[in-house]
Design a protein around this ligand. Structure first.
Ligand SMILES: C[S@@+](CC[C@H](N)C(=O)[O-])C[C@H]1O[C@@H](n2cnc3c(N)ncnc32)[C@H](O)[C@@H]1O
Length: 357
């Protein structure tokens, strides 16, 4: 039997076989899910407006984690060129060799004059200055599942029986048990008998490695997530796993290994604690809708009246998907982290929920 995090590691990243390392479509209508940069370039255009001041002030670069199809990189580079704020370099840290190739192809096809700025790296840079971007990457970090019993913390593991992967339990090891006890201390009480949820034991290390690599700059982390108190609310007793297969979202990670995406919502309080412990300021924590509205969405609509009716309808559709609470507007958040003497981006100027973390 193995822990769920190890199962996820194999199912998502096993060389040539994992969801992110094999050649399946993944993004868009014929894939399993769509992300904000795939829905509309508006997402990347607003992010470019927010990144430009730091890039100019630091004469810095961009570091993008998990660039997917390359759609966000294309939009960021195009828009930053328009804003006369091209980064000194655009580094992509991507775990999937197959996606690296797709990103390269897309950049060469869509922004041939800018593609040479982009480099693919396989380890964090040293003394990075500039803007870090990760859209829907934290949710892909492997998580452990636990079940509370009155006098113990159990780990929900993955075993194999009659040709199927099945859940099995064992007493949690020290790191998982300690993390659950720390969460109980934070929320002010022991979980009920049978309460089941997840923790990402790798999250702290991911944030601390990232912040150790950043000398000065702003980090934008986008993902679906909530605060610790919401994550571990009594009624949320089945956890936050989310699997994606051909636009069906469900919470059964043990089926379709390697051909479905397995994710978990992000506990942003955990991100904030780790960031604070490693010398970063929390620039803000806002919904995706507010990030876009505070961040200059209206600047992108200046020529709306000049568009054809069909174009207006299409743009309105994209804005609705990105901002409506029932779509991506509310569940998706942006957490901003600042390191060094950088200006807090305007995107966090209104509706900041950092005090709830
Ligand atoms: C859900 S996709 C999001 C893609 C893209 N950011 C977007 O918004 O369309 C997750 C991306 O993160 C990459 N990824 C997953 N785990 C990663 C990690 N630990 N470090 C860097 N990239 C990772 C995947 O290969 C994939 O490109």
């Amino acid at each position: 039997m193995i822990g769920l995090a190890e199962f996820m590691q194999h199912a998502l990243y096993a060389p040539g076989l994992g969801y992110y390392t094999a050649g399946n479509v993944k993004f868009g209508g014929s894939g399993d899910f769509v992300t904000a940069p795939e829905i509309s370039p508006l997402f990347g255009r607003v992010l470019a407006q927010q990144a430009a001041p730091s890039i100019r002030a630091l004469q810095g670069g961009i570091l993008e984690f998990g660039a997917g199809s390359g759609a966000l990189a294309v939009t960021l580079l195009k828009t930053l060129a328009e804003l006369d704020a091209l980064p000194a370099s655009y580094q992509i840290l991507e775990v999937s060799p197959e996606l690296c190739a797709r990103q390269q192809e897309k950049l060469i096809a869509e922004v041939p004059e800018l593609a040479s700025i982009v480099v693919w790296i396989d380890a964090l840079p040293e003394k990075f200055r500039g803007v870090v971007v990760a859209n829907e990457v934290l949710d892909a970090l492997p998580v452990e599942r636990f079940v509370r019993s009155p006098d113990d913390v159990l780990q929900l593991c993955v075993g194999y029986s009659d040709g199927n992967f099945v859940y099995q339990t064992r007493p949690a090891g020290t790191p998982l048990r300690q993390q659950v006890l720390d969460i109980e201390a934070k929320i002010g009480g022991q979980f009920a008998d049978g309460y089941t949820s997840e923790v990402s034991l790798g999250l702290k290390g991911w944030i601390s490695d990232l912040l150790a690599a950043v000398d000065e700059g702003v980090v934008f982390l986008f993902d679906y997530g909530v605060t610790c108190h919401e994550y571990y609310a009594a009624e949320r007793d089945l956890g936050w796993l989310r699997c994606h297969f051909r636009h069906h979202a469900h919470n059964e990670p043990l089926i379709y290994p390697g051909i479905q995406d397995i994710t978990a919502w992000v506990n942003f309080s955990g991100v904030a604690d780790a960031a604070f412990a490693h010398g970063a300021e929390i620039a803000g924590f806002v919904t995706q809708a507010l990030f876009l509205m505070n961040g200059g969405l209206e600047n992108e609509l200046a020529d709306f009246a000049a568009l054809t009716q069909v174009e207006q309808i299409e743009l309105s559709r994209q804005i609705k998907l990105l901002t409506l609470p029932s779509e991506m507007g509310e569940h998706f958040k942006c957490m901003g982290l600042c390191k060094g003497a950088v200006q807090v981006p305007d995107a966090f100027s209104f509706g900041d929920r950092a005090h709830n973390l």
